[in-house]
Design a protein around this ligand. Structure first.
Ligand code: NDP
Length: 299
């Protein structure tokens, strides 16, 4: 197929690592004319064979762009290095490179100073999910709203698009907050398997099924916490209060001891719960713990 005769929105993609290559294939498969550039030119060859146009230089790639210029590089520093000195005036930059919210906001200002529009994205998918909407992968976007609306259909080709506001830092904040919650969950799963691992006659696969189901059932607690924080009533709808949970924690810790498992992953969180109960808030759920974690005193 000659993608260059297509009427689909042309895309310029900078960065052909694992994720960038997956994005490239999704746009090519959907018939979008695609121009690619990568620091190490060898990575462009397979995509050229699949119909991508290869820009000889970064400046050439950006200068020829009439659609979104998508960046999928290692980190924010590599974005700065790559675009340093390029003429970005009038360009639509879509940065899918993982960055901190502060880096995304600074990059938005940086782009604006160079006459470019800027949308930041946080990818909630791994490369095999890209181009497969049924996998549930998606990208958080924030920043220039008109830019997002103009290119929404194109951006939705590799993965679903969730626009979360005009603050360029919010896509990264959603991304990192979800990954942080996932990290806590990974810690819990690790502790759980450490508890059951040495047991003879305990079916690890059957245990895994119960564990995954239980975590799914408990995930809805996020909605309860949001409702409590928004209403300001941290006891609203609480069915498992901190006083009860801190008592239960003693059983969890005693079992860890009995099973010869170090409780270092659970300990700090349980300590936070105990502290909140000691402050006289045993009737709350988990929402009040968020305030204890803030280092700036914000409630
Ligand atoms: P890779 O390590 O596979 O690729 C990194 C890319 O960045 C390559 O194209 C590399 O070029 C380029 N690069 C690195 N440093 C520089 C630099 N200084 N100047 C120019 N180019 C540079 O990473 P991925 O493709 O997997 O990830 C890309 C982004 O996507 C990251 O921000 C990552 O966090 C994010 N992401 C990745 C996911 C994944 O599962 N892979 C999941 C969600 C987000 P070269 O080929 O020359 O080395």
């Amino acid at each position: 197929m000659d993608t260059h005769t297509s009427s689909a929105n042309p895309v310029t993609l900078l960065g052909l690592g694992d994720m960038g290559t997956a994005l490239a294939r999704a746009w090519l498969a959907a018939g979008h004319p695609l121009t690619v550039w990568n620091r190490t030119p060898a990575k462009t060859a397979p995509l050229a064979a699949e119909g991508a146009r290869v820009a000889a230089t970064l400046a050439e790639a950006v200068a020829a762009a009439t659609g979104p210029v998508v960046l999928c590089l290692l980190d924010d520093a590599s974005v700065g290095e790559t675009l340093d000195g390029a003429d970005l005036s009038g360009k639509d930059l879509v940065n899918l490179t993982t960055s901190t919210p502060a880096q995304a906001r600074a990059r938005a200002r940086w782009a604006e100073e160079r006459g470019a529009r800027f949308l930041d994205g946080g990818i909630m998918a791994v490369p095999p999910m890209i181009g497969h909407p049924e996998s549930g992968g998606y990208v958080f976007y924030s920043g220039d709203r008109p830019l997002h609306e103009r290119h929404r259909a194109t951006l939705e080709v590799p993965a679903g698009a969730r626009y979360v506001g005009e603050d360029a830092g919010h896509a990264a904040l959603y991304d990192i907050a979800l990954l942080s919650a996932m990290t806590g969950m990974f810690g819990g799963v690790t502790h759980a398997f450490a508890l059951v691992r040495p047991e003879k006659d305990l079916d690890q696969a059957a245990f895994a099924t119960s564990l995954a189901e239980w975590l799914g059932a408990m995930a809805g607690i996020a909605h309860g916490i949001a409702a409590q924080l928004e209403s300001g009533d941290l006891t609203k709808g609480v069915t498992s209060n901190l006083a009860m949970m801190t008592t239960g924690n003693r059983t969890l810790l005693a079992t860890a001891r009995d099973q010869s498992v170090d409780s270092r992953l659970l300990g700090p969180f349980m300590e936070l719960m105990r502290h909140r109960v000691e402050q006289g808030h045993g009737d709350e759920g988990l929402a009040g713990l968020t305030g204890l974690l803030r280092t700036d005193g914000a409630g």
